[in-house]
Design a protein around this ligand. Sequence first.
Ligand code: COA
Length: 159
Amino acid sequence: MIGRAHFFRLTPGDADRYADHLLRLDEDDRRLRFFRDAPEFMIVMHAGAAACDGRVAFGWEEGGEIRAAGELVADSARAGVGELAFSVEKDWRRRGLGAALMQALIEAGARAGFARVELEFLPENHAMAALARGFSDEVVARDGRLAATVALKPVVSPG
Ligand SMILES: CC(C)(COP(=O)(O)OP(=O)(O)OC[C@H]1O[C@@H](n2cnc3c(N)ncnc32)[C@H](O)[C@@H]1OP(=O)(O)O)[C@@H](O)C(=O)NCCC(=O)NCCS
């Protein structure tokens, strides 16, 4: 297991490293992550947007390479709702990084004033189902996917 994982916020300078991380996902994992075939150009564009457009995006690195990442994207159609997405490279899985990213993004979402965050995944994604179960007891089927919801407690700042 990873001890207390240290995540850093992705900035524009991390776009290439984030793209490299996502490009190391194989075809099956890309489909689990993006819900569709994800060609290289799409992944490069996605990484650039995620690192530059102000969304909360966390990375975890080892030896200068990003090996795990998570994003929180505001749902433009539903105020106060954020969508989460994760990726952990194969050789770094089952060490608690996915769960630690989830916890970090839930805390960041609460600080940013989101009322709830949702996590969508394909029904065959048993890893994500196990991870989601640890945080949400509200998992529903939606448009051929599963959606787990976590209600966030408002953060009250002192003073
Ligand atoms: C889903 C994913 C992020 C999990 O990352 P991870 O770092 O391996 O997850 P963790 O080690 O934190 O495991 C979290 C929980 O899920 C369980 N789990 C992880 N992988 C599992 C698997 N393949 N089968 C069953 N359970 C699994 C763990 O046992 C753990 O449960 P526990 O706390 O009860 O022990 C990773 O597999 C991944 O990147 N997959 C490809 C992309 C993807 O599916 N993204 C999700 C859609 S956005």
